[in-house]
Design a protein around this ligand. Structure first.
Ligand SMILES: Cc1cc2nc3c(=O)[nH]c(=O)nc-3n(C[C@H](O)[C@H](O)[C@H](O)COP(=O)(O)OP(=O)(O)OC[C@H]3O[C@@H](n4cnc5c(N)ncnc54)[C@H](O)[C@@H]3O)c2cc1C
Length: 371
């Protein structure tokens, strides 16, 4: 392969977004993705800055055909009391209205019409400088390598050795599933001492359900944890749990892991998305940060001088990622307070916390000329 080409390792949200952004700037790019297909039917919540990043990729209109807009958020106690609510429509505006979308639709959207060579299912087995060895034993040298290969990144290991992956402060794992909508019309979370259950409508008939602990520590991989933890929660939560009682295959249990690194690059090799900064989905910033990373990196690569791109990328992206990590930690610590205190606090500072977290993210951080 030509040494003018960028290799993107990983064809998830970050990798596909980067491949699209590079093609839009006429830069040669290849993608290597180890899995054979999409990621099933679970969904993802896209706050306004994620929606705006899709628009910057040229996919705004097409994104609007998938999932459902989210006009309002409600934070409720385990007994159903409304602690605070946010008018998301007003906060983000019509151009960046949050959405909940199936992950498989998102990956289809990002890969649809993408005119690049995708090696799939092919794993990047190792990296020596810019020489890449693929799972079949083939070796190629590229001009630049972007590691968009997620929490367990091979590229990160090649750059920095074994770096630690830490469990989220909020919850070491989560359960996710789809269920018939029990009558919820907006993003709604019920949170108590044992755990938080979040329901988001993904279309007219189904909701996406996310359930986790709130004070750190393990979440049992036996589905009975869900019924024990949330059995006394309000009717909508009990209804979605009932709908999966006899469908354990519909349930996805997965760890919530974080990556905090002092550096994201080495020479002409850069980490983006979860490989660089996986963060617990407290503020649902995973997709947004991944696509913003892709837009910034593509702009910098298009400017030239690939030897300095890594340092410039970090300079652009570090403040925004640090802001999200700090907001995530603050929320996780508040969630661990005694429930009577936490609920009282949320009624007072909930709306302000939402605004302080998201207001800086409304700025279009992917425009490098803005910095
Ligand atoms: C429980 C949970 C809920 C979440 N909810 C939300 C949410 O509502 N909103 C949101 O924005 N974010 C959410 N996130 C975070 C979001 O899912 C991630 O931030 C996002 O998927 C990151 O995308 P990525 O492309 O960086 O990584 P990934 O999605 O992990 O993609 C990495 C890709 O690289 C491939 N790969 C890995 N290693 C190799 C290799 N060696 N060679 C080739 N290919 C390789 C993998 O197969 C994969 O396709 C959530 C995360 C969790 C755990």
């Amino acid at each position: 392969m030509s040494e003018e080409t960028v290799l993107v390792v990983g064809g998830g949200i970050a990798g596909l977004a980067l491949a699209r952004a590079l093609r839009a700037r006429d830069l040669p790019v290849e993608v290597a993705e180890r899995s054979a297909g999409g990621t099933g039917g679970l969904a993802i919540n896209l706050p306004g800055n994620a929606v705006a990043a899709f628009a910057a990729l040229g996919l705004g209109d097409r994104l609007a055909r998938f999932g459902r807009p989210i006009a309002r958020r409600e934070y409720r106690s385990a007994r159903g009391k409304l602690l605070f609510a946010v008018d998301e429509d007003e906060f983000w505006g019509a151009e960046a209205r949050p959405r909940c979308v199936r992950r498989s639709d998102l990956l289809t959207l990002l890969s649809d019409g993408l005119d690049v060579k995708v090696r799939q299912p092919v794993e990047v087995a190792s990296l020596d400088g810019l020489e890449v060895t693929f799972s079949g034993g083939e070796r190629e040298t590229y001009g630049f390598v972007a590691g968009a290969d997620g929490v367990r990144s091979t590229v990160r290991a090649a750059l920095f050795g074994a770096t630690s992956v830490s469990a989220s402060l909020l919850s070491a794992a989560s359960w996710r599933f789809m269920a018939p909508n029990p009558g919820v019309d907006c993003w709604t979370v019920w949170s108590g001492a044992g755990g938080a259950a979040l329901l988001i409508p993904v279309d007219d008939t189904e909701v996406y359900v996310y359930a986790s602990a709130v004070r750190g520590g393990p979440v049992d991989a036996d589905p009975s944890w869900l019924h024990t933890t949330f059995g006394g929660y309000p009717a909508p939560v009990r209804a979605v749990l009932d709908s999966v009682r006899d469908r354990p295959d519909a349930l996805l249990h997965s760890p919530i892991e974080e990556i905090r690194l002092p550096s994201w690059s080495s020479g002409r090799r850069v980490l983006i998305g979860d490989a660089a900064h996986a963060t617990a989905p407290v503020w649902a910033q995973g997709a947004a940060l991944a696509i913003e990373d892709a837009l910034v990196l593509a702009d910098l690569l298009a400017e030239g001088d690939w030897d300095t791109v890594g340092a410039r990328f970090e300079q652009h992206r570090r403040p925004r990622v640090t802001h999200v990590q700090a907001a995530t930690d603050r929320f996780a610590r508040a969630a661990g307070l005694p429930i009577w205190l936490r609920d009282r606090l949320l009624t007072i500072i909930g709306t302000r916390t939402y605004e302080e977290t998201y207001a800086p993210l409304r700025d279009p951080a992917w425009r490098t000329e803005a910095w």
